[in-house]
Design a protein around this ligand. Structure first.
Ligand code: GLU
Length: 491
């Protein structure tokens, strides 16, 4: 019988959740959901010096925003908790003591000054830095003397000095390490806190993790973990390391390429659907060509084997394109709800709050085709909301027109529009096209004059629809104001 699939995302709360980390969580989650397995969130918070206040809450908020829900974790418990490593210190201590008793580990009393000096010397001699194993062979008396002197030891693993350690990685294949290149690493620090290696192994075993999925930077830790598994008599999990994210220039992903925290993407107006689709398809693909995939399709088709060994390229242009696609696919009610907080934040203060959601809903279809990010919406729709348009009246004069012809076009339009009994697209069309001809203008010229007059801008959504949403009163008022401004403009 095969073991149930249990995977964990095990972030250290040392900063923000970046796209690279999210990608690990996403592979874990997709693998669990595809196989009906369990996705666990475990917080690896044993490095107290690097802990950042609020990081756990922030990362949970990010995972929730993307819809990466966990089945066991710090906030909800589970059969294998607690899910904060800082609450599991006894377990690590017991494991370390057992390894010392078995002779697989030993107490090291070396002072940090000695270790620092040793490291400097090794670097100067161009040797790889590592512990020289001084305490590995202390006699009983020597050890007793150190203890009597009150020195608090660390616990180091007794790494075999020869031979090789290998493992099979689902993505990288067989990986082999020379044991002689690995030093006697610390498992338990003198303050009783474990290092990453010990805590990771103890917990992956205790939490019955079947597959360890994580970034390739952890490959070199695997032999150390395997030593501990073997010494404790545990079965190691299966390993899946995925390649690091890189920018289009193949350099390690940095802020310049867009490696910012996940929630910054939310605040920049990307949809969670976009981020989910986009991140899942960095370095994973269904068939090397499908770009748009829903959450359901990704769950149904996900397999670890299709994570590429290379090519985890983060392409910001593709992200923007994809966000536009997802924005266009939203139902208007949905787009309205998502746009509201961005409008609230982005529209000028002079616009009365709370915003009228019904009115926002009328405006949304007019810009849905054009917005690539939710943050762009306030600028696109501003003229629908503000009272005073502030623009250069010279803009009113359309191509190949004079100030006088423009004035006349505005005055006649104003008079005729006043008489309209219904102010809808059909009525405006029926009025304004023939009017252009009557005035000796091209339709485009008249529309351009009116567009500037009612919006203060030269590029906007379709004119008649825009005018209908603005409403008759506001359009007439704005045309009236445009006439006054244009009159002030010296001819
Ligand atoms: N705490 C490690 C990290 O921050 C976990 C690595 C692993 O998954 O083993 O990424």
């Amino acid at each position: 019988m095969t073991e149930p699939i249990r995977v964990r995302f095990a972030p250290s709360p040392t900063g923000f959740l970046h796209v690279g980390g999210v990608r690990t969580a996403m592979f874990d989650w997709l693998f669990a959901r595809h196989n009906g397995g369990t996705f666990i969130l475990r917080i690896e918070d044993t490095d107290i010096t690097r802990k950042v206040e609020g990081a756990v809450e922030y990362l949970m908020e990010g995972l929730k925003w993307l819809g990466l829900d966990w089945d066991e974790g710090p906030d909800m418990g589970g059969d294998y908790g607690p899910y904060y490593q800082s609450q599991r210190l006894d377990l690590y201590k017991q494991a370390a003591e057992r390894l010392v008793e078995q002779g697989d580990a030993y107490c090291c009393y070396c002072a940090s000054e000695r270790l620092d000096a040793m490291r400097k010397e090794q670097v100067a001699r161009k040797q790889p830095p590592g512990y020289d194993r001084l305490c590995r062979n202390l006699s009983l008396q020597e050890r007793a003397a150190k203890e009597a002197a009150g020195i608090k030891p660390v616990v180091r693993f007794k790494v075999p000095t020869e031979g090789q350690t290998s493992f099979h990685d689902i993505i990288y294949g067989d990986v082999v390490f020379e044991n002689s290149n690995i030093d006697d690493f610390v498992m338990l620090k003198s303050d009783g806190y474990p290092t990453y290696h010990l805590a990771n192994v103890v917990d992956d075993h205790a939490m019955k993790i079947s597959h360890v999925i994580r970034g390739e930077e952890w490959i070199s830790s695997v032999p150390r973990h395997l030593f501990i598994y073997k010494a404790l008599g545990y079965q190691p999990p299966l390993y899946v390391h995925h390649p690091l994210l890189v920018g289009p220039d193949r350099a390690k992903l940095s802020k310049r390429h867009g490696d910012v925290s996940l929630l910054e993407y939310r605040d920049q107006g990307y949809l969670p659907e976009t981020m989910f689709n986009f991140i899942a398809l960095i370095g994973w693909s269904l068939d090397d060509k499908t770009e748009l995939m829903t959450r359901r399709q990704l769950i149904d088709t996900f397999s670890l084997e299709r994570i590429g060994k290379t090519g985890a390229i983060f392409n910001r242009e593709k992200l923007d394109w994809m966000n536009g696609v997802y924005i266009r696919s939203l139902a208007i009610d949905d787009l309205t709800q998502r746009a509201l907080p961005f409008l609230d934040k982005g529209l000028p203060e002079s616009v009365k709050r709370p915003l009228n959601a019904g009115y926002v809903k009328q405006v949304m279809p007019l810009i849905q085709e054009r917005a690539k990010k939710l943050t762009e919406i306030p600028e696109l729709v501003k003229f629908f909301f503000i009272e005073e348009l502030n623009y250069d009246p010279a803009l009113l004069i359309a191509k190949n027109m004079t100030r006088e012809a423009t004035l006349k076009a505005l005055e006649v339009s104003l008079q005729r529009m006043k008489q309209l009994s219904s102010f809808d697209e059909g009525a405006l069309e029926t009025l304004l096209r023939p009017l252009a001809e009557e005035l000796g203008l091209k339709a485009g010229q008249l529309f351009s004059v009116l567009r500037t007059a009612v919006t203060g801008e030269t590029a906007t959504p379709p004119l008649f629809q825009t005018m209908v949403v603005l409403g008759k009163d506001r359009c007439l008022k704005r045309i009236d104001e445009a006439i006054a401004e244009l009159k002030k403009l010296s001819s």
